[in-house]
Design a protein around this ligand. Structure first.
Ligand SMILES: Cc1cc2nc3c(=O)[nH]c(=O)nc-3n(C[C@H](O)[C@H](O)[C@H](O)COP(=O)(O)OP(=O)(O)OC[C@H]3O[C@@H](n4cnc5c(N)ncnc54)[C@H](O)[C@@H]3O)c2cc1C
Ligand code: SF4
Length: 475
């Protein structure tokens, strides 16, 4: 260990731009065993490991780095999976530059962070290849059941934790495939779909019942599910796209980001997608403008490039330093030919029937706001025009109106529309109904959804044990 002084930082090779622009495959090649070991050996085994402190799952990073450096990959995997239900997903798409790697002591000392994400991906991919990832063997089946609404990372992580304890788990999801945003939001070039599908397959083989095409609110009310199960978890994510309320907003060819990304992901999965096939949700040959500066915007611009758009511009009202998206993803987008129009905000969409251009205001940054980021202010007389055949709105997501949707007007929400929970237990105001993931936090990260899923599983366990105790006393 401690080899950071002699060995420089190295990530797995990133494919050359021409080779990644014409397909949707992941852009990083794999580490070979020797490289993973060598890079892991750069870790200085800190007494206070800031990588671990800044990991939402408190992953035991220094220990699995040491095991990797020693070639003990199976043990490294066992450790990595003991705190994380989807380490192969986090290794690929966690914004490590803002979490573990951004806080690595070696990074802070100017030597370049240990490449934690790439090593995590290496050990977990090796585990899948070697057959070390196995379905759960339940030794002690219990008769209590939990109904989980939503098969995204929060619902799946909670389901796995509870199944390990022997509970009967049914997950209901309105999509036709499990995985939530991992399957229909995040594009293949960040997370290939076989990675999600093999994980959900193993959960099904563990005895978790996943019912697809089942929308709570339409196919059953929340109350009906409460009668059917001993406890309920709501893990439905946030899907209401934020709107741009500007003149011309109803012109044709202006789309919400999720419509565009879902169509593209479905094509990648081999589905027939009429709106893509007839060209409406396909950017080929078009001048595309994406509005927004987060991870969703980055996924839209890079998907547009791969669909062979004529040009792709990203309009963002702050500058590069104040962008919410991962710096790594911005760099990838720049390399792939995306043009960033910093400090600019749309004023009007122009066109006859279809959008043809945008009138855009220049922005200057004022004093920092409550979030610490400098506030965007419009510059007087700064308008300019940008040509566009297609506009994609990636301005973030809000929760849907769950009390209305679930026909459960007593279910309490916060002023943002997220579900109100007791932060100790993650239980909503309805007894035995819990909530986790984006529907509680607002749009967040996969690693936080997994963390919530694990925490809520523990609360549900306590609730079910209490419930069992009460019923046995009555009997
Ligand atoms: C385009 C995009 C890119 C992203 N990129 C990253 C990234 O690179 N890294 C990262 O860490 N995070 C990323 N995120 C965020 C991350 O995907 C989410 O934080 C995470 O998926 C939230 O998990 P969840 O389980 O709470 O919800 P979701 O993943 O949204 O899953 C919710 C599930 O609930 C189901 N559902 C909803 N309503 C109902 C209903 N009424 N009945 C039945 N089922 C229902 C949905 O079909 C869905 O399957 C990205 C998000 C987006 C949109
Ligand atoms: S902070 Fe960096 S050097 Fe320290 S234990 Fe974590 S990975 Fe190793």
């Amino acid at each position: 260990m401690l080899k950071f002084v002699k060995i420089g930082q190295q990530n797995p090779p990133k494919r050359e731009v021409p080779n990644r622009k014409n397909n949707f495959n992941e852009i990083y090649d794999e580490f070979i065993k020797e490289k993973a070991g060598e890079q892991a050996s750069r870790c200085s085994q800190c007494g206070v490991p800031f990588c671990q402190v800044h990991c939402p799952l408190s992953n035991n990073i220094p220990d699995w780095l040491k095991l990797t450096a020693e070639g003990r990959i199976k043990e490294a995997y066992d450790l990595a999976q003991s705190t994380n239900n989807m380490p192969e997903v986090c290794g690929r798409i966690c914004p490590q530059d803002r979490l573990c790697e951004g806080n690595c002591v070696i990074e802070q000392s100017g030597h370049g962070t240990v490449t934690i994400g790439a090593v995590e991906k290496y050990i977990t991919d090796t585990a899948w290849k070697e057959g070390w990832v196995k379905p759960i063997q339940v030794n002690n089946e219990r008769d209590q059941s939990v109904g989980i609404i939503g098969a995204g990372p929060a619902g799946l992580a909670a389901g796995e934790q509870l199944r390990k304890l022997g509970y009967q788990i049914t997950i209901y999801d309105r999509y036709d495939r499990a995985g939530g945003l991992l399957i229909y939001g995040i594009p293949n070039f960040k997370l290939e779909k076989f990675v999600v599908e093999r994980r959900t397959k193993i959960l099904k083989e563990s005895g978790i019942n996943i019912i697809q095409n089942f929308e709570v609110g339409k196919d059953a009310t929340l109350e009906e599910l409460r009668k059917k199960h001993d406890a309920i978890l709501i893990a439905t994510g946030v899907y209401k796209a934020r709107e741009v309320d500007l003149p011309g907003k109803d012109l044709d060819n202006i789309f919400p980001a999720m419509d565009f990304l879902t169509a593209s992901n479905r094509k990648g999965l081999g589905d027939k997608v009429e709106l893509f096939d007839n060209g409406r949700l396909n950017t080929e040959g078009k001048e595309v403008v994406v509005i927004g500066g987060g991870d969703t915007a980055m996924d839209c611009v890079r998907t547009s490039i791969r669909q062979n758009a004529k040009s792709v511009k990203c309009l963002y009202r702050r500058d590069k330093e104040n962008m919410p998206g991962s710096a790594r993803e911005v760099l990838n987008a720049e390399e792939e030919g995306v043009e960033f129009v910093w400090l600019s905000s749309p004023k009007e969409f122009v066109g006859k029937g279809k959008v043809e251009s945008l009138i855009v205001n220049k922005i200057k940054l004022g004093e920092p706001d409550d979030s610490g980021r400098r506030k965007p202010e419009i510059k007087n007389n700064s308008e300019f025009n940008i040509k566009a055949d297609m506009v994609i709105k990636a301005l973030g997501f809000d929760p849907e109106n769950l009390p209305k949707l679930f026909n459960s007007k007593d279910l309490q929400v916060t002023k943002w529309g997220t579900l109100k929970v007791d932060f100790e237990t993650m239980e909503t105001n309805l007894p035995g109904v819990f909530a986790a993931g984006d529907i509680v936090r607002g749009a967040s990260l996969v690693v936080w959804a997994i963390r919530d899923g694990r925490d809520v599983a523990e609360s549900i366990r306590k609730f079910l044990e209490q419930k069992k105790l009460k019923t046995s006393r009555v009997a």
